[in-house]
Design a protein around this ligand. Structure first.
Ligand code: PRP
Length: 616
């Protein structure tokens, strides 16, 4: 394998991206994703190029129908990301399902043996509930599955294919790799209940170190183990920017550095075995330009050890709000479906995400470049300028984000109670914006000098803007995060906007455990999950404000709401009966932005931490 100085390995030949011991493509083709297919766009282009790539590597097209008997899923729902399945009754009365997953159907019908592994690829749609909407979505996927004897070489082959898949879609990409053996090893011998382990994984996934630390304290987890667990979310995520910026051709070996840090956390055979697999990957890709796009990040681990049992990976491309690729080793599914003595590893590429990133308004603005944008802002004669009145503020912000040399950090600020405090925190931490005013009707404030912009949004919408990548970071109340469970990183407890989520009822109210409890709330998910844990049947009355009126007027028995000073409750003769969770403002980040603007986000995080520690 040649050492190359060219960073654009999407234009490189296969030999440059293959690991030393990886599978070799069919040499009838040079395996390049060349420009002759530029007429194809987004998901269509990706599907075409990836099909070709997988065939070059000897993967055979797997065709399947859209339906599966519903019964097939009832016993294996724990292998699905959602228990909600789109069903219909067939003409013979049988209950059928539109497939919520492709891998399960492939494993069910596999003919692989140890001597004859199966290398398959598919290009199919699956049907799952859309997040935050009361409807199902058709999600087009393309992916590969290897079923057979899984060795370190097979792992490398799949990682190389994942790298090449991402490179084919967008030359700016990152592949996060982790291994379930590291976390499992840290838990070895621990008597922590399964629920606690799941919570630990959840916090690691969110890079939520503050709550992870509280959880470990609460359950008296051994100090040494706790210290190691607390280091996992930050691994691979806190490195300084490479000299010369992200585009420097000789980028540092971030994966190798993280591997060294992870090595220092190892304390038993499971962890050494997992790290040795990751080390094999690192050695095989040594000197390959692809290595600069590889990260060791334990937040990418799905946290569901009943599904994955080895390498786990997630892929990101610049411009897409979330992951576009996800996969790993999934032997437990084979065991569950009765396939003995074999292993399996694969990944799927979400073509809808690829399509969405290709369609964003960013594209035309990016092409125009940041210079035009700079002119359009600066001609207004000041360095800090509100751009709400500009022809297309969205385009301007986006262009500055991605244009040549420009990496503007977009901050979503909650209007109202928390907004001013949040802005002051940013200002004192060195991220002020002349002209900013909470009372203004302006929605966007830009400071070109420090390359930041503030987007003023409703508190309950901050997480939506951040999750969807319209903002890179934001300040959101924990109450809203608990209610909406967005796919974001929760980086810091900002220690203001403190309140608690609680159940309150009128004075003298007596609960009748035999009846259905009527609960008025702005937080239906929080209320539902709280009462489900208590095995209590409830009826939710969803309101948008003035919740305290509901029990007064008799339409509910209790309310689930936030209590800050307690004066609204007092003035309406209501009393806190049970506390559900504390809440305060949190600094959150879009997962993709964290990958591609890590130095900027980490710098901001450190400055805010310093500001907070000065206050205390
Ligand atoms: C929130 C909440 C309570 C009140 C609690 O309402 O829903 O009504 O604040 O604060 P306190 O304990 O300090 O009295 P908000 O002010 O957001 O208005 P809303 O009722 O319109 O939602």
């Amino acid at each position: 394998m040649d050492r190359q100085s060219d960073c654009k390995f999407s234009n490189q030949s296969d030999s440059q991206i293959d690991g030393r011991s990886g599978s070799q493509p069919d040499n009838r083709s040079n395996g390049r994703f060349d420009s002759q297919f530029d007429f194809l766009q987004g998901g269509e282009r990706a599907a075409f190029l990836l099909r070709r790539l997988y065939e070059q590597y000897g993967y055979k097209k797997y065709r399947m129908g859209k339906f599966e008997e519903y019964d097939f899923y009832t016993n294996h729902k724990d292998f699905l990301s959602s228990g909600q399945i789109l069903t219909f009754t067939d003409l013979d009365g049988k209950l059928m399902a539109l497939k919520p997953d492709v891998t399960m159907s492939i494993v069910k019908r596999t003919r692989a043996t140890e001597e004859q592994p199966e290398r398959l690829y598919y290009n199919e749609s699956i049907y799952r509930p859309a997040k935050g909407a009361l409807e199902y979505r058709e999600i087009p996927q393309i992916g590969v599955e290897y079923i057979g004897a899984v060795t370190a070489e097979t792992g490398l082959e799949i990682v190389v294919l994942a790298l090449k898949s991402l490179a084919g879609i967008n030359e700016n990409f990152i592949l996060d790799v982790s291994h379930d053996g590291v976390l499992a090893g840290l838990f070895e011998g621990s008597d922590a209940p399964v629920g606690v382990k799941r919570e630990v994984s959840g916090y690691i996934e969110q890079k939520n170190i503050h709550e992870l630390s509280m959880l470990l304290n609460k359950y008296n987890v051994d100090e040494d183990i706790a210290e190691r667990l607390l280091k996992l979310p930050a691994l691979g995520g806190m490195s300084p920017p490479p000299p010369g910026g992200r585009d420097a051709c000789h980028a540092p070996d971030i994966f190798g550095q993280s591997l060294l840090e992870a090595g220092a956390l190892a304390l038993n055979e499971s962890m050494y075995a997992a790290l040795s697999e990751l080390h094999t990957l690192h050695t095989a890709l040594a000197g390959n330009p692809a290595l600069k796009s590889l990260r060791l990040d334990f937040s990418s681990f799905a946290g569901d050890s009943s599904y994955y049992n080895g390498l786990v990976m997630k892929g990101y491309i610049e411009g897409s709000p979330g992951a576009v690729l996800s996969g790993g080793r999934y032997d437990p599914l084979l065991r569950r479906l009765g396939v003995k003595g074999l292993g399996a590893i694969g990944f799927a590429v979400y073509l809808d995400e690829v399509e969405a990133s290709a369609k964003t308004a960013v594209q035309p603005a990016l092409k125009r470049g940041a210079e035009t944008v700079a002119r359009s802002v600066l001609k207004r004669g000041s360095e800090t300028e509100n751009i709400t009145g500009a022809d297309s503020p969205g385009e301007i912000i986006h262009a500055e984000t991605g244009g040549a040399g420009g990496k503007m950090l977009r901050i979503a600020l909650p209007k109202g109670r928390m907004g001013d405090k949040a802005y002051k925190m940013f200002e004192t931490s060195g991220y002020g914006c002349e002209g900013y005013s909470e009372d203004s009707r302006k929605l966007v404030f830009v400071n070109r000098a420090s390359m930041i912009s503030f987007l003023m949004v409703k508190p309950q919408d901050v997480a939506v803007y951040v999750e969807r990548g319209a903002a890179d970071v934001g300040v959101a109340g924990k109450d809203i995060l608990l209610e909406t469970a967005p796919d974001i990183y929760e980086l810091l407890d900002l220690a203001f906007g403190k309140c608690r989520l609680a159940v309150a009822a009128p004075g003298g109210y007596e609960d009748d455990p035999g009846s259905v409890l009527r609960v008025a709330t702005k937080y239906p998910n929080v209320a539902r999950s709280y009462y489900t844990k208590q095995n209590r049947e409830i009826e939710i009355i969803k309101l948008n404000g003035s919740i305290e009126l509901a029990p007064i007027l008799g339409i509910s028995d209790v309310i689930v709401d936030i209590v800050e000073t307690g004066s609204t409750l007092r003035e309406n003769n209501l009393f806190v009966r049970e506390e559900i969770a504390p809440s305060s403002a949190r600094l959150i980040a879009n997962i993709n932005s964290y990958k591609f603007m890590q130095p900027e986000i980490i710098e901001m995080l450190e400055k805010i931490k310093t500001h907070i520690s000065r206050l205390n």
